[in-house]
Design a protein around this ligand. Structure first.
Ligand code: M6R
Length: 604
């Protein structure tokens, strides 16, 4: 949460800062601001609201600068006001700072600084940082050392960038929140995430926890907190800046839903031999999982639903497996040992809750694996092993294509782990294989003739929306409900279909449409559950192939092509994503930036 951008190099920094903020807006959109340095000193411009508001004010004010830092905010301390917007400065505006994360000891630092005469103007934890730097500058400490000393005082998580009056330098430090440096021929970029500067360069250096970076227009130096040089590799990112644009679409979400034939093809490419029904991951040698007795998947939100999907596939393959919410893991971590594989499922690889669970598992001595979309992310670095879902950049706050890619990669992994660990897999990959190959074209079929918009129009403004499914349909139902509530702001709940009669049925009325997912496995039971809701007056929308008996019984149908039961849930997911999208569009919601949310949740 919160996006940081910095630019130092030839030319005016403003354009790169604004582009960076626009590209990072998915990380938070409560306020935006920049601080630039020019002949007249440090100039700060910031506004509550979206980057557009800031952009207008900058154009009016003709702000220019040789170097600068910027920030887009997801509020943690203090409401989204102009005063709480970053950058924050000391009282003299000699130091400007942007920050992502939480400074846990800010109250004590603020009290100490206030006693020493510093005056604070915001409610944020961040504001202590420029005051701390200023405190050391006032003592005559030179700026790099003043920055280090300030950073040493901080407890909590942070990615921080700072500039000081008269110094042609950007200082940066990271502990627990992501930061990456981009290098082009003319200078350097600093950002929370690569898409911020991808249209300028794809050459990057990922900073690691404990790193301090000193960016000058003609050089980058990285040290630890004490000042000892550390070496970090340059990498080339294989994402294309075209991929991070909206193209012809009104919303990133729709673009990303539509990209699923490609993202799924990329997820399985080279990992699967349809003729032999064999799963092959170049990341893992044969027998890599031979010592695995059980698998524990940890994740949050949509990734948790994908983890549930993976856990069902693992159990069907013959491996003891369960999925757990990452934020619950640290409080009630089950006993694990060197034979428990802990899999952290995280699109961004930066979710604080998931990283917390991953770190806990590392401490417990369990082998760990990160299943993520982002090469170079913290999860990818901190896990013992990593497996990439290759979905390409996802910008919409609502996760769509990454869910289907996570689910399919975890399904392949389930087969592979079972083979290594037990000698055989009962997942039936041989029967799935032909359908797996066809999965991208099946998704194309759904996209070409979805009917989801008509369903969204048919059930506007209901009291609540229910989603039910069993087996692999259950995580799909949960994901359908999460997507619906997060972008429409309407109440929606997902249930295991068998659970309806154990309580939720009391809520069912003619104003609670029930979306029932039929995967082709135990469908008669799901149909019975849907009928129990229909008897209480609920309209039923069946997500099933043509000719399915549910289509006759239901009030409406969302069509999916016939496929293997292990994959049917992924086609149903695409339909449910489209229903949510169209329902939110009819309600004129901020689809790509739903209220109160952010793409990457880097606080616990
Ligand atoms: O980056 P991650 O996959 O770790 O993010 C976890 C959740 O915050 C995320 O899946 C969230 O639930 C989705 N953006 C909702 O659509």
């Amino acid at each position: 949460m919160c996006g940081i951008i910095g630019r130092i190099g030839d030319g005016d920094a403003i354009d790169a800062l604004i582009t960076g903020l626009e590209n990072l807006e998915y990380r938070g959109y409560d306020s935006a601001g920049v601080a630039v340095q020019n002949g007249a000193g440090i100039k700060v411009q910031k506004r509550s609201g979206k980057v557009d508001a800031l952009k207008e004010s900058i154009e009016r004010g003709r702000l220019r600068g040789e170097l600068g830092i910027g920030h887009t905010r997801w509020s943690t301390h203090g409401p989204p006001t102009d005063e709480n917007a970053h950058p924050h400065t000391d009282s003299t505006t000699d130091v400007a700072v942007v920050h992502n994360g939480i400074i846990e000891n800010y109250a004590a630092l603020r009290e100490r600084l206030s006693e020493a005469g510093h005056e604070f103007t915001s409610d944020t934890d961040t504001e202590v940082v420029p005051h701390l730097i200023q405190h050391y500058l006032d003592e005559g400490v030179e700026s790099e050392m003043a920055f280090r000393r300030a950073i040493e005082q901080l407890e909590g998580s942070y990615a921080i960038a700072a500039i000081c009056h008269g110094e042609p330098v950007i200082y940066a430090a990271r502990q627990g929140s992501p930061l990456v440096v981009g290098l082009d021929g003319d200078g350097y970029y600093l950002a929370s995430d690569v898409p911020a500067f991808l249209e300028y360069t794809d050459t990057v250096v990922y900073l690691q926890d404990g790193d301090v970076a000193i960016l000058r227009s003609n050089g980058l130096r990285i040290t630890d907190l004490e000042g000892t040089a550390v070496s970090r590799d340059r990498k080339t990112v294989d994402w294309d800046s075209e991929e991070t644009g909206k193209g012809e679409f009104d919303h990133y979400m729709l673009k990303e839903i539509t990209e699923q034939p490609t993202s799924l093809a990329q997820a399985i490419e080279g990992r699967f031999d349809a003729e032999e029904g064999r799963v092959h991951f170049e990341e893992f040698d044969r027998g890599s999982f031979a010592d695995v007795d059980q698998v524990l998947l940890v994740a949050c939100g949509t990734s948790y639903h994908a983890a549930m999907y993976g856990s069902v596939a693992l159990r069907r393959a013959g491996v003891n497996a369960s999925a757990m919410l990452a934020n619950e893991y640290s409080l009630s971590a089950p006993p694990v040992d060197e034979r428990t594989l802990v899999v952290a499922v995280t699109q961004s690889g930066e979710t604080a809750d998931t990283l917390g669970a991953l770190r806990r598992a590392n401490e417990q001595g369990a082998p760990t694996l990160a299943v993520t979309n982002v090469v170079g992310s913290t999860a990818a670095r901190e896990a013992d092993e990593r497996l990439f879902i290759r979905a390409g950049p996802e910008i919409g706050v609502a996760a769509t294509k990454t869910f289907s890619s996570q689910a399919v990669v975890l399904t392949l992994l389930a087969h592979r782990i079972a083979r290594d660990a037990t000698g055989f897999s009962t997942l039936g990959i041989e029967e799935i294989s032909a359908e797996l190959e066809r999965l991208p074209s099946r998704v194309d079929e759904v996209l070409a003739d979805s009917g989801a918009e008509a369903i969204a129009r048919r059930y506007p403004d209901e009291r609540s929306y229910f989603f039910i499914g069993r087996g692999l349909g259950y995580p799909v139902a949960l994901e359908g409900a999460l997507k619906f509530k997060e972008i429409t702001y309407e109440h929606a709940e997902g249930f295991a279909s068998g659970e309806l009669k154990h309580g939720p049925l009391a809520l069912v009325t003619p104003e609670t449409p029930v979306f029932a997912i039929f995967t082709g496995r135990e469908d008669e039971k799901t149909l019975k559950n849907a009928e129990e809701a229909a008897t209480r007056g609920a309209p039923i929308v069946a997500i099933c192939p043509d000719g399915h008996q549910a289509a006759d019984v239901a009030d409406a149908q969302l069509r999916i092509p016939e496929t293997h039961p292990t994959l049917a849930g992924l086609l149903a997911t695409v339909q449910l994503q489209l229903v949510s999208y169209h329902a939110a569009d009819l309600l004129n919601r901020a689809i790509d930036k739903p209220r109160n949310l952010a793409k990457s949740v880097t606080v616990e």
